[in-house]
Ligand binder design. Structure first.
Ligand code: GDP
Length: 437
C-alpha cells in the first residue's frame, strides 16, 4: 500500500465544462477536509456541492462537486476523492497550485501523480488484473469501434474471468496429481478412475485454451488490417485508394509509374482500422531502376497483404484470395471483364460502397467474434506456453513429470494474470496512460 497521496487533473485538456481533480492515498480525505469550510466531509459516494478554500490563506478557489470513495472499494483500492471543478485554465491552475502548496509545507505526503499512477495503484491493490489494465490502456487509445469493443472485453474483466476459470481448473488438476503422488508414496495402487478423470480434465482444459489461440490479434486491430491495392500501371489504383480514404492521399496521374513506392494510408472503414497500401504498378518491362525497386516492394506488399485488391486482369491475379476489381467502369466503351468480383468507378463513386462492404466481410476473420478476445502478443504467448505444458503433461505417464509441467503452466498463468514475473513490463504498460489516469 502506497504511503503518499497523489493528485492530478484527470479530465481532458482545459478549457472544458468540468475539470475532475482526483486525489488518492491515505491522506486523500484529510486533504479534502482542509479545503472545506469547517473541515466537514461529505457522505461517502454522494455528490455534494461545496466551496473550496485555499487552506493557506482561506481564499475561495471554486465551487465544486466533491465525491469521496473510501478504500479499499475504490478504483485505486485507496481512499479516493474527486473534485469536479469548473474547467477553466485559471481555476485548475489555482486548485492544483493550492494542492502543490499543501504537499510542500502542509505536513502531508502529497505530490502530483505520474502517468498511469492511479491505475497502477488499482492494479497493485488487486482492483484489476494485468489484462484489465492493458484493456483499459487500449480503451483509452481506441479510435475505431472495433478497437473499442475489443478493449472493452478486456477492460471489463471478461477475459480475466475466463482466465480465473482456467486457473481454478488447473489448480484442481494439480491437486489431483499431488494426491495421486501421495498414494504412490504409500505404495498403494492409484485409483485408475481418478487418473482417467484427470486425463479428461487436462484434455478439456488444453482444448479450451488452444481454441483461444485462433483469436485475432489485438495488435492488428490497433495498427490496422493491411489492405493492399495492386495491378498494372494506370489501372486506377491511386484513384481508388483516394476514393476509399475519402481524401487525396495518393498522387494520381496518367504517366505510368507515378506511384513508385508504397504509400500507406490509415483509414477507418465501417468502424474497423485499415492501412491502405498503394503499390507501384507491376509493369514487366521497366528500365527505370527506382521503378524496379518499387515493383519489388509491391510484390512483397502483395504477399504480406491481409486483404488484396487486384485491379489487373483476373487471370494473372497473384493471389487466389484477392478481391478482383474492375476499375474505371464509367469509361466509354468499358466492358465487364471475365472473372472479376466487382466493377467500380472511383470517379463517379459507383459501387465503392459495395466494395467497402466486400472488404468488411473479408475483414471479419481479423475481428473477435462472440466469446473470443483480441489477444496481445504477450497474452497469446502465455496461452501458447500453457497449451504446450498441458500437451506435455497429457502424454506423460510419470506423475512427477506431469506435476512439473502443471507447475510450469501455473507459473505461466500467474504471469498472464500479472501475479508474478511481470515487474519489468509494468513500467512500460503504465507509462502508456496519461497523468490523471
Ligand atoms: P494507378 O497507376 O493504377 O495508380 O492509376 P491512377 O489512379 O493514377 O489512374 C490512372 C489514370 O486513370 C488517371 O488519369 C486517372 O485520372 C484515371 N482514372 C482512374 N480511375 C478512374 C475512373 O474510375 N474513371 C475514369 N474515367 N478515370 C479514372
Amino acid at each position: 500500500m502506497a504511503s503518499d497521496t497523489i493528485y492530478a487533473l484527470s479530465s481532458g485538456r482545459p478549457p472544458a465544462g468540468i475539470a475532475v481533480i482526483r486525489i488518492s492515498g491515505p491522506d486523500a480525505f484529510a486533504l479534502t477536509a482542509r479545503f472545506l469550510k469547517g473541515g466537514r466531509l461529505p457522505t461517502p459516494r454522494a455528490a455534494s456541492l461545496r466551496t473550496l478554500h485555499n487552506p493557506a490563506d482561506g481564499d475561495v478557489l471554486d465551487q465544486a462537486v466533491v465525491l469521496l470513495f473510501p478504500g479499499p472499494g475504490s478504483v485505486t483500492g485507496e481512499d479516493l476523492a474527486e473534485w469536479h471543478c469548473h474547467g477553466g485554465q485559471a481555476v485548475i491552475r489555482a486548485v492544483l497550485g493550492a494542492l502543490e502548496e499543501q504537499g510542500r509545507g502542509g505536513g502531508l505526503a502529497v505530490r502530483e501523480a505520474v502517468a498511469g499512477e492511479f491505475t497502477r495503484r488499482g492494479f497493485e491493490n488487486g482492483r484489476m488484473d494485468l489484462n484489465e489494465a492493458e484493456g483499459l490502456a487500449d480503451l483509452l487509445a481506441a479510435e475505431t469501434e472495433s478497437q473499442r469493443r475489443a478493449a472493452m472485453m478486456m477492460a471489463d474483466g471478461h477475459f480475466s474471468r475466463r482466465l480465473e476459470g482456467w486457473r481454478s481448473r488447473l489448480l484442481a488438476c494439480s491437486a489431483q496429481v499431488e494426491s495421486l503422488l501421495d498414494f504412490s508414496d504409500e505404495d498403494d495402487v492409484p485409483d485408475s478412475g481418478m487418473e482417467r478423470a484427470l486425463a479428461d480434465a487436462l484434455a478439456a482444459l488444453r482444448e479450451d485454451m488452444a481454441a483461444q489461440l485462433a483469436a485475432p490479434s489485438a495488435e492488428r486491430l490497433r495498427d490496422g488490417i493491411h489492405l493492399v491495392l495492386a495491378g498494372p500501371p494506370n489501372a486506377g489504383k491511386s484513384t481508388l485508394l483516394n476514393a476509399l480514404a475519402g481524401r487525396e492521399a495518393a498522387i494520381v496521374s496518367d504517366i505510368a509509374g507515378t506511384t513508385r513506392d508504397r504509400i500507406e494510408v490509415p483509414v477507418n472503414l465501417g468502424g474497423v482500422a485499415f492501412v491502405l497500401t498503394d503499390t507501384a504498378g507491376l509493369a514487366d518491362r521497366s528500365e527505370d531502376r527506382i521503378e524496379l525497386i518499387g515493383i519489388d516492394r509491391a510484390r512483397q506488399a502483395i504477399e504480406a497483404a491481409d486483404i488484396l485488391l487486384w485491379l489487373g486482369e483476373a487471370n494473372v491475379c497473384p493471389r487466389a484470395d484477392a478481391i478482383r476489381v474492375a476499375a474505371q467502369k464509367d469509361r466509354t466503351g468499358w466492358r465487364m471483364p471475365a472473372g472479376v468480383d466487382i466493377a467500380v468507378s472511383a470517379l463517379t463513386g459507383e459501387n465503392i460502397y459495395a466494395l467497402v462492404q466486400m472488404i468488411l466481410d473479408r475483414a471479419k476473420s481479423f475481428l473477435p467474434t462472440e466469446g473470443s478476445y483480441a489477444l496481445h502478443e504477450r497474452q497469446r504467448k502465455a496461452v501458447a506456453a500453457m497449451v504446450e505444458a498441458l500437451t506435455a503433461a497429457q502424454v506423460n505417464s510419470d506423475l512427477l513429470i506431469v506435476a512439473e509441467y502443471l507447475r510450469l503452466a501455473r507459473e505461466e498463468m500467474d504471469r498472464l494474470i500479472g501475479r508474478s514475473g511481470v515487474e519489468d513490463m509494468l513500467d512500460s504498460l503504465f507509462s502508456r496512460f496519461c497523468i490523471g489516469k
